[in-house]
Each structure stands twice: as C-alpha cells, then as structure tokens.
Design a protein around this ligand. Structure first.
Ligand SMILES: [Zn+2]
Length: 594
C-alpha cells in the first residue's frame, strides 16, 4: 500500500484555501489580541442591562461581536491543525483559543442571569420596545426560561454540582472504554482477534455467519457479567435528569429536555406512536432479508451483513464532483451556483494525508466559507460522504447569508436534515442511472439500512429512554432485570416475527452511550423523516419550502422552521411519509433482486 503524503505535499487545488479567513498566522495573532478589549467592552455593561432597551440592545451587539471573533479564531485554528495533527505549533493555537474561551465564558457568565433579574414588568416593556425589536425572539426564549430559573443561590448550588451530576457518564465511559475487556474471537480469515468496540461492527458485517455470531455472543457475555454495575450507573444518570427537572419546575425530565428547542412533548410521543403504527414494512424487510440469506429466521447478528456486496466502483474525484452536481440539480439554480463555488473557490480539503484528521466534517464560521474536510478514497461511500458534508456546508452558507450573526447558527434538531436530503437525492439519481442490477440493489439497500438504523432504531432508543425516565419518576428503581426485560420487549417489537430475538440483546442498553445524553436520539429520527419528506417534494419540483428551510438559521423555533418548509411535526404526516418511502424502497429492492 502506498503511504499517504503529508498535507504540505498535496497538490494545492486538492486542498482548502484557509487564507480567506486569515492570510497569515500573524493576522490570527492580531485578532487574538482583540479579544481582551472586546471582553472589556462587554464588561462595561455589567450592572447596566436593566437600564434601558437601548443599553440592552448595545450589550447584545457587544456580546455577538465577541462571540463572532472567538468563533473565527477557533475555526481557523482547528481547521489548520486538522490538516496535519502532528504539527504542535498548530495544535498549540487550538489549545490557546480553547482555554481563552473558557476564561472568557467565566468572566461573562453574569450576562444572562442579569437579564433574568430584570423584573418581569420592565422586561415585558423592554420586549415591546422598538430598540429591542430585533432581539424579540431571544427575549421570548429568555422569558420562557424564567419559570425554570432558580434563585441566584440555588443556581450557584446547581452550578457547583454540575460536575457531580456528570459523574454517572464519567463512570460509564471509563468502564465502557477503559475497563471492559472483550474475548478473543475470529475474523473473516480465521485469525484470532481481540474483540473491541472498534472492530465489533466490522465483524457483525461479515458475510461469514460464524464470525458475526461469535462477535455478538462475545460482546454481550461481557455486558451480562457487569449488568448490575451498568444498571446502577444508568439508574443514577436517569435520576440526575429527573431530579434537576424537578428542581427546575418541569413536569418531567422529558419536558425539561425538549424545552431547550421549544419542542412540545406531543411531538416526541407522536413520533413513537407513528412508528408503532407503521412497523409492517420493517417486518417485511426482515423477512425478505432472512429469505435472501437463506435463513429460516434472522438472528440479531444477521441484521448488519450486506445483502448485496458493495458495488466495487472506483470513482475518481472528477467523476464524484459531476455525479454530485447532477444529483443535486433538482435543488435549483441558486443552490447550483453556490455548489459551484464550493468546488471553484477551494472550500474542500479532499485527499487523505499523513497525520490529517480522519473522517469527514463541515465546519466554518459566519461570513467565511463553510469548509469541508474529507478523506476521499474513491469508493461509492465516499461519494455519499461528499454529498452529505456539502449538505451541511450549503445549509450553513444559506443560513449565514440570510441572517445576522445573532440568529445564524441552526440547531441540532435540524442539523442533519440538509445532509441527509443530499444523500437521498444522490441515491435517487444513481438508482435512476445505473444499468447494473447489483449496483442498484446495493444503492437501495444502502438507503434502507440508513432508514432502519436512523428512524426505527433511534425511535426504539427514544422510547426506551422515555419509559425508563417515567419509571424513575414513578419511584421505581431501575434494576438490571427491569432495564433488560423492558429493553428486550421493545427489541422484539421493533424487529417482528422474522427475527429471533437472541436473549443476549437484552443487555444492549448497557453499551449505548446516548442513554446518558438525555433525550437526544429522537432528533436523528425526526431529522431523517424531514429529509425524506423534503426529498420527495424536491423531486416533485417543489424547492421553495426547502430553500426557506436552508435560510432559516435560528430565526424561529425549530418546529416552526420545519412547518414553513412543509414538514409539520405536530401531525404524524412527516413520519408517515418517511415510512411509506421506506416501504417503497423495500418493494423496489425486492423486485430488483427477483
Ligand atoms: Zn452529518
């Protein structure tokens, strides 16, 4: 195998052009020295926020000016450092801006509490004033936090306890990542390997059934052995969520968590109910999978192996670019123009290089190019990655250009919508183009597995999370047996009659880190539902709602942003539509493999 070259040896047109942010490191240093004066400027407002609407508006502007500068410094520092993580001078810049950020955060922590301390009547008058018209939404959000904000002393106690509240996650990570030791298993070549988190999925994807079976049993034998410890940790984690929610006057931990994005609890419940009602196509897919694999019943370890071998397609970069451009043409001319700029103005760092950060991401800062880091390897998957990351970058571009810095950054709830939409558009394009049945089957199965893993599986997680928090809130202790029995029950429901639910799967909850970030995973399920619904509209020629979505940034609440785009999560329609698209894909796959 050829050793990759270092970043500095790559052809310049294959790398990103960070000089648009800072032409030289000296310029970065110059900006770094502007932080302290901007902090001082903001500190001058301390004790004065309640004086007048004009003062508060000026303080918001000062806060944004500082925030923007810090973001720009950090973005450049981490992008440069990711090119070659071996260069300590570049890493040093990241460390400096991170520690400066922490320092500034501490120094300016008075800002929000001081606004909250403005008495209610005065606050309402401020919110109606013309000087604060632009900040109305921010003020509305602060007002919504008011019933959940405690006295200064109580907030201090909670603040000081935050590290203790994070204890369960810390214990979980140390146990899961450092202490657990998995058995020796066999790989595809019959060689012995130590089972790890890293190679587990790879082994589960093996086309040799014995390999995946052994990995599966090996993995869960370890979790079973420590189930009581994991249960005690998760029980405590859930209790930290419910206790804090209670202290902050929320009815439940679920309500407290959704409050952040102003998402009604009914949206969460409706997601689960709608998925329950549309489980048939998934059951049908599993039955088909069993049939294709020549098995009477699927086991939990038969779900990840490919039904069709990956189309061994070698896609040179130039072809990937034209493939993606053509696939995204339905998004219209304006989108196409910006897309051209991504390629022509060197927003993308394309090839692998020695010491370059692995994986792929989109990252930029307001008013500057939304850069993409890739490690383009030329297989079909890496073309999908390109489409995905471009989705993020163009979403950022449109949001940044349609909004003031204050409302430009979009929320996690909508963050994966544009990227997934692009992947779906690429898949539809390639399916329509290919003449090879094997390639078509591969492409169909790719999307089917994405929907299975993102919509169905994450909804199952969301349901488990909701239920165990409700149990804890009802005063039930979360023991290993209780958690495992409930998990097993859900797992059966989300896999159906064609799957033999191996007993070991009951311990899967123990290895899922997401159960420690309360009520996060449902956003994956709503995100892909929205993407499927939007892709359907786009392919039918309707891009207006989609462009509105791209430009929305944080200028409205997420549920309203989606509603404006034609995806109304207060009804079951988007999730239902996603389900029917899943059913269509399964039908297409079946006929393709006939
Ligand atoms: Zn993404």
């Amino acid at each position: 195998m050829k050793e990759p070259v270092s970043h500095s040896e790559l052809p310049v047109e294959m790398t990103w052009d960070l000089s648009k942010m800072y032409a030289s490191v000296d310029d970065w240093e110059k900006d770094f020295r502007k932080i302290d004066p901007l902090v001082e400027k903001l500190q001058a407002f301390k004790g004065k926020l309640g004086e007048s609407p004009a003062t508060l508006a000026a303080a918001f502007r000062a806060e944004d000016e500082l925030g923007f500068l810090m973001e720009k410094l950090h973005t450049f520092a981490h992008l440069r450092s990711d090119e070659d993580t071996g260069i300590s001078e570049n890493r040093g810049r990241v460390d400096r801006i991170l520690s400066k950020s922490a320092e500034v955060e501490g120094e300016t922590a008075w800002f929000e509490p001081e606004i909250m301390a403005i008495d209610r009547k005065r606050f309402q008058a401020f919110a109606e004033s013309p000087e604060l018209e632009f900040y109305k939404l921010t003020l509305k959000r602060l007002e919504a936090d008011r019933p959940h904000t405690l006295s200064e002393r109580e907030e201090r106690v909670l603040g000081l306890s935050s590290e203790i509240f994070a204890g369960p996650y810390k214990a979980f990570s140390v146990m899961n990542d450092a202490d657990l030791r998995f058995p020796i298993v066999h790989d595809d070549q019959g060689g012995e390997v130590r089972l790890t988190h890293g190679n587990y999925i790879k082994l589960l994807e093996s086309s040799h059934r014995e390999v995946r079976k052994e990995a599966f049993h090996g993995m869960y034998s370890v979790y079973e052995q420590f189930k009581n410890t994991f249960a005690a940790i998760l029980d405590t984690a859930v209790r930290t969520h419910t206790v804090e929610a209670g202290l902050r006057n929320f009815k439940s931990a679920l309500e407290a968590s959704l409050h952040e994005d102003a998402v009604p609890v009914s949206v969460y419940n409706s997601l689960i109910d709608t998925v329950h009602d549309s489980m048939e196509p998934l059951y049908d897919y599993f039955a088909f999978r069993a049939e294709r694999l020549g098995l009477e019943k699927l086991h939990m370890y038969d779900i990840h192996c490919p039904l069709v071998p990956e189309a061994a397609l070698e896609v040179p970069w130039k072809d990937a670019v034209s493939m993606v451009k053509t696939a995204l043409r339905p998004l219209g001319d304006l989108y196409g123009t910006i897309l051209e700029r991504a390629f022509n103005e060197r927003w993308i760092d394309i090839p692998e290089a020695r010491g370059k950060r692995s994986g792929a991401y989109s990252s930029g800062c307001y008013q500057y190019p939304p850069y993409l880091l890739l490690n383009y390897s030329g297989n079909l998957d890496s073309v999908f990655t390109l489409a995905h990351e471009l989705g993020h970058s163009l979403h950022s571009y449109f949001s940044d250009h349609a909004n003031d810095y204050h409302y430009a950054g979009y929320r996690i709830f909508v963050a994966e919508v544009a990227s997934t939409t692009n992947e779906i558009l690429l898949q539809r394009h390639l399916v329509s183009q290919t003449r090879s049945a094997a390639e078509k089957a591969y492409l169909l199965n790719h999307l089917i597995d994405t929907i299975r893993g993102t919509l169905f599986r994450q909804t199952m997680f969301a349901e488990f999370e909701r239920d165990i928090h409700a149990m804890a809130e009802a005063g039930e202790p979360l023991t290993a047996d209780m958690l495992s029995d409930h998990y097993f029950k859900l797992n059966k429901r989300y896999h159906g009659p064609a799957v033999d639910p191996d007993d070991e799967i009951r311990y899967e909850w123990a290895r899922i880190p997401h159960f420690h970030y309360d009520f996060y995973v449902y956003k994956y399920a709503t995100g892909i539902s929205a993407a499927l619904a939007l892709a359907k509209k786009i392919l039918a020629g309707d891009t207006e709602g989609y462009l509105r979505f791209l430009k929305a940034g944080d200028s409205k609440e997420v549920i309203d942003i989606m509603k404006d785009a034609g995806v109304d999560f207060t009804t079951p329609a988007p999730v239902k539509d996603a389900m029917s698209m899943f059913a269509d894909q399964v039908k297409e796959l079946k006929s393709c493999l006939k």
